[in-house]
Design a protein around this ligand. Structure first.
Ligand SMILES: Nc1ncnc2c1ncn2[C@@H]1O[C@H](COP(=O)(O)OP(=O)(O)OP(=O)(O)O)[C@@H](O)[C@H]1O
Length: 314
């Protein structure tokens, strides 16, 4: 699997006065050059884990090694190599957009010229040139997030930790961010990504770690995880309003059916029956407005993992 950049060994964290641990005995490695997604519901412990990986919180127990050394022994070494995109950008609120990028670059050791040049490149790439003199606090939530990503990009760190980089972004900006993440990875940057956007993340991440209630529930390559869920194809159909009342029974003959919304159904179909099912549903009596055929997805994996007992997917 290659060089281990991070090694988490039995990492736990308990906030003062908290009843439950925010992280509970988490162990896994992160490899050089990968994009690893850390998934889990609200309050699962993802941000706490990342703050520990940045040396901002010391584990209550367990160890986090960065390039073989306990990170708490040398956080300066870590900070030179890891760019962290946090959900909180308060510290930069009173800077202008260009200043937030330029000074972050200077803090990462860039010369004036390098910082200036990279600031220009990033403003261009993020399509934020027209806001260069605006204070960060006066930007919209999504625009602030983009500049937050910009501050992670400047200085060419070899590892990027991104906490919810697509939150609050419109579809085109989300697409841009996923493209930038892939571009960075192709240049050799290791990317650790926290996101709730499983559908979109699936297209870029190599491995995922799923956590809930502070515990690691699963960690593996996306393809390996997908092999462990129901392999039937998902045929999703949207019917015309008037036919939807009886349609469930009729469509049910093709496979296991689930009503997702009033006129939207999902049928699990054996691969060999897909062709005949698609031909049949086009008959007028089904009144189908739209259909799509999907293989098992990371979202299916995610749902399944949460239905099962802790430890069953490890
Ligand atoms: N500063 C804090 N003091 C006390 N408890 C905290 C603090 N920050 C987080 N917690 C608690 O720790 C647990 C994990 O929180 P964390 O922010 O790590 O979750 P998360 O997975 O990042 O959630 P989200 O997806 O909502 O951002 C939660 O129960 C949360 O209430």
């Amino acid at each position: 699997m290659g060089e281990r950049i991070y090694e988490l060994e039995h990492v736990s964290y308990c906030y003062k006065k908290a009843v439950q641990k925010a992280n509970d005995d988490i162990s896994f490695p992160i490899y050089k050059g990968e994009i690893i997604g850390i998934l889990g519901p609200n309050g699962a412990g993802k941000t706490t884990l990342i703050k520990q990986m940045m040396g901002q919180l010391a584990p209550t127990s367990g160890t986090i090694k960065f390039q073989g050394q306990d990170i708490l022994n040398d956080t300066k070494h870590l900070l030179k190599q890891v760019a962290y995109y946090s959900q909180e950008t308060f510290a930069l609120s009173f800077l202008k957009v260009w200043e937030s990028l330029y000074f972050t670059g200077r803090l990462r050791g860039l010369t004036r010229n390098e910082a200036k040049c990279q600031t220009e490149g990033i403003l261009e790439r993020l399509d934020m040139n027209e806001y260069r003199h605006t204070l960060l606090k006066s930007l919209s939530g999504g625009q602030r997030r983009l500049i937050g990503l910009g501050t992670a990009l400047i200085g060419h760190a070899s590892i990027m930790i991104l906490d919810e980089p697509t939150n609050e972004l419109d579809p085109l900006k989300r697409k841009l961010v996923w493209e930038i993440i892939q571009e960075q990875n192709q240049k050799g940057v290791t990317i650790i990504l926290v996101t709730h956007n499983i559908l979109e993340a699936e297209k870029v991440v190599h491995r995922v770690a799923v956590i809930n209630h502070g515990k690691l529930l699963a960690i593996d390559h996306v393809t390996k995880l997908k092999e462990r869920v129901d392999q039937r194809m998902r045929l999703e159909v949207i019917t015309q309003d008037e036919s939807s009342l009886h349609i469930q029974e009729q469509l049910g003959v093709f496979g296991e059916i689930e009503r997702m919304e009033d006129t939207k159904f999902r049928i699990l179909i054996e691969k060999k029956q897909v062709a005949s099912a698609i031909e049949s549903i086009q008959d007028d009596r089904f009144n189908i407005r739209q259909f799509s055929l999907l293989p098992p997805s990371l979202e299916d994996v995610y749902s399944k993992i949460h239905e099962q007992k802790v430890g069953e997917w490890l």
